[in-house]
Design a protein around this ligand. Structure first.
Ligand code: HEM
Length: 464
C-alpha cells in the first residue's frame, strides 16, 4: 500500500467520525485505500456504476484516496454548478481524462484550456449559431432517409444493428456541418480509426506503464492517429479545393478564414469527430432502446408524430418549422440524455482553494462529476430509474442535469445535437416502430461515451 499517501496532520474530520482521515486532506468520508484496491476489477468493468455506488454510500461528496492528489467525487447539484458555472475560472482541464483525450485530439476545444481555447471558441461559435440549425434538421432528415433504406434492405425477420446505423447517420450530419462535405467516402475509415484510438487511450489512462514506453498498444495508437491525420488532411484539402468564401460558416471555413494553422485545424476537426459523432450516436442508440422497452412512451411519441406529420400511411418528412410542435420528441431526447448521458463523467482540477458543498477543497484537487449519478440524484428526480419523458414537458431542468456540461465550457454542439436527434427520431419513427429482440437486454459499457456492450439490435417495423 506504499503508494498511498498518508496525509500529515489529518484529523478526525467533521464530527471526528471519518474513517479515511489518514489518507486524504479532504474533510469528507470515502473509501479506504484497500477498499479501492479491492474495487479495481469493478472500476474496470463499470466505472459509472462504481461512482454511483460511492454516491449511494457516502452522499453528495466522497473523498477518494489516490496518491499525490486529493480527489473529490461531487454529486451535490449546487456544488456542481459552482465548479462548472459560478466559479468556472477556478477550475481547469488538466485532468487524466482530458490529457488522455488530447493524445488523440491534440489541445482542441474539448481538451484545451486558457487563451487558445478562448480564441478558438470565439472563432468557431458562428458555425453553431441558431440560424444554421435549419440546415442541421435537413441533414438529419437526409441521414434518416439512408437509415430507413438500410432497414428496408434487411432480409425479413432480421433486426437492425442500431449502433452501426446511427453511427453512420450521425457522421453524415457532423460531416456536413463541419466541412460542408459528404464524408461517406472516408467515414468508415475515420470512424474506425477514431474508435480504435479512443479505446487505446482509455486503456492507456488506466495503465501503470509510462506513456513513453513503446508497447504494442502505443504503437497501435500511433498508427490510428496517423490514419486520422491522413483522413483529416484529405477532408481539408477537398474543402480548400472547393473554395472557401469569406462568409462561409462551416467549421473548416471559419478556421481557414481565421488564419488557423494546419495542426490547429486538424486538432479541432478530430475534436469535432470525437465530440460530435460518438456522443450523438450513443444518445440515439439509447433513445431507440428506451422507446423499444417502453411502449407507452413510444405510443405517445407516435401520436405526436401523426398529429404533426400525418398518419403512418401518409406521413410526410419533418421540416424545420415543425420543431416547436415536436415537444414530446424533444422530451424523449432530454429524458434519454438523463438516463444515459453519453458524457458520463466530467472532471476538473481546482486552480485555487475553494469550498464545494461545505468541503474545503485545496488547489490541485481533482473534482469528478458523474452525470450518470447526478442524473439519478434521489433528491432531484422522483423514481430516478424510470424513463418518463413527461418530466421535461413543462419546464426545462437546470438542477442535477448536465448532459452537455454547463457554463463557459458547455458543449458547443448542444443545440445541434438536440435538433439532430429530434429530427432523426421523427423521420425514422413517423411510420415505423422499434421493438426489442426478445431475451436481449443491452448492458452499459462506459468508455469515452456510454455504449451497449457487444452492440444493440432492434426490430424496426412498419406501422399501420
Ligand atoms: C448528445 C450529444 C452530445 C453530448 C451529450 C455532449 C456532451 C458534452 C459535454 C458534457 C461537454 C462538456 C465537457 C466538460 O465540461 O468537460 C461537451 C463539450 C463539447 N462538445 Fe459536446 N456533446 C454532444 C454533442 C456534440 C456535438 C454534436 C458537437 C459538435 C459538432 C460537440 C462538440 C463539443 C465541443 C467542441 C466541446 C468542447 C467545448 C468547449 O469546451 O469549448 N458536442 N460536450
Amino acid at each position: 500500500m506504499g503508494f498511498f499517501l498518508l496525509w500529515p496532520g489529518a484529523g478526525g474530520g467533521r464530527g471526528g467520525a471519518r474513517r479515511n482521515a489518514r489518507y486524504t486532506p479532504l474533510d469528507t468520508d470515502g473509501p479506504l485505500p484497500w477498499e479501492m484496491v479491492r474495487s479495481v476489477p469493478a472500476i474496470r468493468r463499470a466505472p459509472h456504476e462504481f461512482l454511483a455506488g460511492l454516491v449511494r454510500r457516502y452522499g453528495d461528496t466522497a473523498a477518494v484516496p489516490l496518491p499525490r492528489t486529493p480527489v473529490l467525487v461531487l454529486n451535490d447539484p449546487a456544488g456542481v454548478r459552482r465548479v462548472l458555472v459560478d466559479n468556472a475560472r477556478g477550475y481547469g482541464k488538466a485532468t487524466v481524462q482530458y490529457t488522455a483525450l488530447a493524445a488523440v485530439t491534440g489541445p482542441g476545444l474539448l481538451a484545451g484550456d486558457g487563451p487558445t481555447w478562448r480564441s478558438h471558441r470565439r472563432t468557431l461559435q458562428p458555425a453553431f449559431h441558431h440560424g444554421s440549425l435549419d440546415a442541421v434538421a435537413e441533414h438529419a432528415v437526409g441521414a434518416a432517409r439512408a437509415l430507413r433504406a438500410e432497414v428496408d434492405a434487411l432480409p425479413p425477420g432480421r433486426a437492425l444493428d442500431v449502433v452501426g446505423a446511427v453511427s453512420r447517420a450521425s457522421l453524415e450530419v457532423v460531416g456536413r456541418t463541419l466541412a460542408a462535405a459528404d464524408l461517406s467516402g472516408v467515414a468508415p475509415r475515420l470512424v474506425d480509426a477514431v474508435g480504435e484510438a479512443l479505446e487505446l487511450v482509455v486503456a492507456r489512462a488506466a495503465s501503470p506503464v509510462p506513456a513513453s514506453w513503446p508497447t504494442r498498444s502505443r504503437r497501435a495508437l500511433a498508427a490510428a492517429v496517423a490514419e486520422i491525420d491522413e483522413v483529416c488532411a484529405r477532408v481539408l484539402a477537398e474543402r480548400r479545393a472547393r473554395g472557401v468564401a469569406p462568409d462561409a460558416t462551416d467549421v473548416v471555413a471559419l478556421m481557414l478564414n481565421a488564419g488557423m494553422g494546419p495542426q490547429e485545424v486538424r486538432d479541432e476537426l478530430v475534436t469535432f469527430v470525437v465530440a460530435g459523432h460518438e456522443t450523438v450516436a450513443s444518445s440515439l442508440t439509447w433513445t431507440l432502446d428506451l422507446l423499444a422497452r417502453e411502449p407507452s412512451a413510444q405510443r405517445r411519441l407516435q401520436a405526436e408524430l401523426a398529429a404533426v406529420l400525418g398518419p403512418p400511411g401518409a406521413a410526410r418528412e419533418p421540416r424545420w418549422e415543425d420543431l416547436p410542435r415536436l415537444r414530446y420528441a424533444r422530451a424523449v431526447v432530454d429524458e434519454s440524455l438523463r438516463l444515459y448521458p453519453p458524457a458520463w463523467v466530467i472532471t476538473r482540477r481546482a486552480l485555487a482553494d475553494d469550498v464545494l458543498a461545505g468541503v474545503p477543497v485545496p488547489a490541485g484537487t481533482l473534482v469528478i462529476v458523474s452525470t450518470w449519478a447526478l442524473h439519478r440524484h434521489p433528491g432531484a428526480w422522483p423514481a430516478p430509474e424510470q424513463f418518463r419523458p413527461e418530466r421535461f414537458l413543462d419546464a426545462p431542468r437546470r438542477d442535477a442535469y448536465a448532459p452537455f456540461g454547463a457554463g463557459p465550457r458547455q458543449c458547443i454542439g448542444r443545440d445541434l445535437a438536440l435538433v439532430e436527434e429530434v429530427f432523426v427520431l421523427a423521420a425514422l419513427l413517423r411510420d415505423r416502430a422499434v421493438r426489442p429482440v426478445p431475451g436481449r437486454r443491452a448492458q452499459v459499457e462506459a468508455l469515452v461515451s456510454l455504449r451497449p456492450r457487444g452492440g444493440l439490435e432492434l426490430f424496426v417495423e412498419p406501422r399501420q
